[in-house]
Design a protein around this ligand. Structure first.
Ligand SMILES: [Cu+2]
Length: 313
């Protein structure tokens, strides 16, 4: 316990050091509220951020879970990468003000601890960069793949359905390193949708795109291995679907976020069942609370996304 407190103290010192070293509009606590494109010429810089940075390959992660098991603090500046020297940053910027339901061109610039652009990335789940976008109450989820340009720069065109805050998670692997997830908040102009508090689902059966998906968790205790089993059936016939197609090189892709978005758990499939109807994944929830789980699968050439909210003790 004392050791843990000391580690936290060291962590906080590191954080404050980094914050002092940061330059740009994101350094103060207002970066979370930063209104994209409000008064910044043509480029709305939302960063820098080190929110939720982590090293996937580090030893504290259990069996395939790539989660951010950090003890994230409050909303802003929980700078919790697991090892010094892994201090990758991503600057998220748009080509102009972001308006709800309009195309926005997003640029991500990845730099290393010395501020140099990261030139080389390893392919992970068939892509060089995965971008997850959620809104504040996690009712909106998007998983897209920005294109690599050069010099650590990726671009993608996307759309935010309504006004309000969104969190962007860039998930990538600098060549030869562990996987990183770097996130930041942004804001879109426009009518804001009413936010609902995230509540655990009473039933873990959901219907989407003609599929009935049932989720089972081997346990719901934090800091233990939890196996997630998705059972995918035809919604009409209730027959198990046995010809799922690979999605991103696996039976499916699962993303898990804690209610406060501080913990991003990138989950990996267990080997074995390649076409359904069951798809199993393993993770570990870093602390108690409500988590949202999105599973993505492909059938008949179409990707479908199913989501659940679960309570972890
Ligand atoms: Cu992806």
């Amino acid at each position: 316990m004392i050791k843990k407190l000391m580690l936290m103290a060291v962590g906080l010192l590191l954080v404050s050091g980094l914050l002092t070293a940061c330059k740009g509009p994101g350094t103060s606590d207002d970066h979370a509220e930063g209104h994209v494109g409000s008064d910044q010429e043509n480029t709305a810089v939302i960063s820098p951020t080190h929110d939720d940075e982590h090293e996937e390959g580090s030893a504290d992660h259990k069996s395939g879970s790539h989660g951010d098991n950090s003890h994230a603090g409050h909303d802003s500046h929980s700078d919790m990468h697991s090892a010094a020297g892994d201090n990758y940053k991503v600057d998220f910027s748009f080509n102009g003000p972001v308006r709800a339901a309009e195309n926005a061109e997003l640029t991500l610039e990845v730099t290393d601890s010395e501020g140099n652009p990261v030139q080389d990335f390893d392919i992970s789940h068939e892509k060089l960069m995965h971008l997850i976008v959620v809104n504040e109450d996690l009712s909106f989820f998007e998983h897209i793949h920005p294109d690599y340009e050069e010099n650590g720069r990726f671009t993608v065109t996307t759309e935010f359905p309504y006004g309000g805050r969104y969190k962007l998670f860039a998930d990538f692997v600098p060549k030869g390193q562990g996987g990183m997830t770097v996130s930041d908040w942004m804001e879109a102009d426009g009518e804001v949708a009413e936010l609902q508090p995230l509540m655990a689902d009473e039933s873990l059966i959901a219907e989407v795109d003609g599929k009935e998906v049932e989720l089972t968790l081997s346990n719901t205790l934090s800091n233990e291995e939890a196996i997630l089993t998705f059972d995918i059936r035809d919604a009409a016939t209730k027959q198990g679907i046995q010809d799922l197609e690979p999605y991103l090189g696996a039976i499916g892709h699962v993303v898990i976020l804690s209610e406060d978005t501080e913990h991003y758990l990138h989950v990996h499939p267990l080997d074995g069942q390649d076409t359904g109807p069951k798809a199993e994944f393993v993770t570990s929830f870093p602390e108690s609370g409500v988590y949202k789980i999105w599973g993505q699968f492909q059938h008949n050439g179409e990707v479908f996304t199913v989501s659940f909210a679960v309570e972890v003790q």
